[in-house]
Every structure is written in C-alpha cells, then in structure tokens.
Design a protein around this ligand. Sequence first.
Ligand code: CAA
Length: 240
Amino acid sequence: MSKVALVTGGTRGIGEAISKKLHSSNFTVIANYASNDQAANEFSKKNNIEVKKWDVSNYEECKNSIAKILKDHSKIDILVNNAGITRDAPLHKMDLEKWQKVIDVNLNSVFNMTSLVINQMRENQFGRIVHISSVNGQKGQFGQANYAATKAALIGFSKSLALESASKSITSNVLCPGYINTEMVAAIREDILKSIVETIPNKRLGEADEVAEMVNYLVSDKASYINGATLSINGGLWMD
Ligand code: CAA
C-alpha cells in the first residue's frame, strides 16, 4: 500500500511542484486548495492527482476534510504544510486585517492540520511532516512583519513537534525557500524584485522543483535521521 501524502496549497506554486514530485515517487497525493477551482481542476486532470478544497485556516473545515481523507485512504503518512499568503505592508501601514489574515492562513493552519493528523501518525508509528517556511522568517524583510512572524514561528513549532514525535518515528522539519519563481514572487513590484535578485549571490530566482526535490527526500524512508532541522534553499541569500 503506497504512502499517503497531503499537501496544503498543493495545486499552485511551490505546492504544485511538491504534489507532482511526490506523485512521481509513487505516493498517493491529495492536494488541498483554497479557492481557485479552475486551476485545481486543470491540475488534477493533467496530473491525475486528487484535489480537495477547504480553508486550512478554518479548524472545522480541516477536521471534516481530514476525517474524510482518513475514511477514503485509511491513513495520512506525510503532511506538507505549504499553504501560505502574503499581505505585505510596512508595519506603520499594516491594518489588523492584513495581520490577522496572514496569521490565520500561514500559522493557525499549521496547528489545525498538524494537530488533526498527529494522533493517527503516532498510532501508526510513522510520519513525515514538512513545514514550508521562508528565508524571510529567518532574516526578516521590509514590509513583511506579519509574514516573517508566521514563518519564524514555524521553526519553533517544528522543533517542538520533533522532540515530541521522535519516539514514534515521526519527523518534523522546516524548509526555508528563498525567492522562488512563483506567482507570489511575480506579484512583487518589478523594480523591487530586481533589486532583491541583485542581493542573491546566485543572481537568480529559485525554481519550485528545486524545493520539491528536497521535500521528496525529507519524506522518504532514507531521511529518518533528519529531524527538527531547518534547511535553507535560497541561492545564498541567507546563510544560517
Ligand atoms: N529597506 C529599507 N527601506 C526600504 C526598503 C527596504 N528593503 N524597501 C522600501 N524602502 C523604503 C523606500 O525607499 C521608501 O522610502 P522613502 O519613503 O524615503 O522614499 C519607503 O520605504 C516606501 O517604500 P515603498 O514605496 O516600496 O512602500 P510601499 O508601501 O509602496 O511598498 C512594500 C511596501 C509593498 C512592502 C514593498 O516595499 C515591497 O513589495 N517589498 C518587497 C516585500 C517582499 O520581499 N515580499 C516578498 C513576497 S514573496 C514571498 O514572501 C515569498 C518568500 O517567502 C520569499
């Protein structure tokens, strides 16, 4: 029976590349998405990957959807907490809505999803949990106090979870991508993005596939001794 992998925000951007990579490694992949039905359905048809729509920031929706997945597939072996949004503004221009929304989607979702899968992983004595953080959670970024706060929080969350779960053969690790060639990064004003790329030692954006490769390794049986780690994929933008 193949291992079952659940990828949040798994139909676009970095999540899309992760879903496809895990599918090509013969995992049964379920790609969660929040809103874009058309993109999700096209993705599903093209890649033969199951998609499921719900809002990961909503605890009840997570609870119902995970119960349904467990009923259909009997287990979830791998969780990739990838879903994330930006609402960039310097703090002096940041309203409560921009703060709250990013905390809900990027951080509260991780509590929702992980707390709802962890007990069956503990019972099965196996689990792989990967949290997609960001270079900006490590170094901070102008205009991202909300986003950086959530991405830094994932590191403490993951390390705590690693301590709690190691005895059950469950690993929890964090990946911190830098600026990756996705819609999220393409939305940055052109001149600002150009100046950011100039500060990247490798002088280019990363590719989603480069992140997916690392996730694919972390969730494999070979990576059982990598636990509580924070791994950077950022072209040298931040060395930590
Ligand atoms: N450092 C210091 N000062 C800066 C600065 C920086 N990095 N960026 C802008 N400023 C200054 C400007 O020079 C300007 O100064 P003056 O008023 O003296 O002219 C002032 O701040 C206002 O700048 P903006 O015109 O840019 O302000 P804005 O309100 O229009 O835009 C912003 C603010 C939306 C945050 C914009 O600066 C921006 O988009 N920054 C990039 C944020 C970013 O990197 N987002 C990443 C999104 S992708 C992602 O998050 C994925 C991932 O994990 C990496």
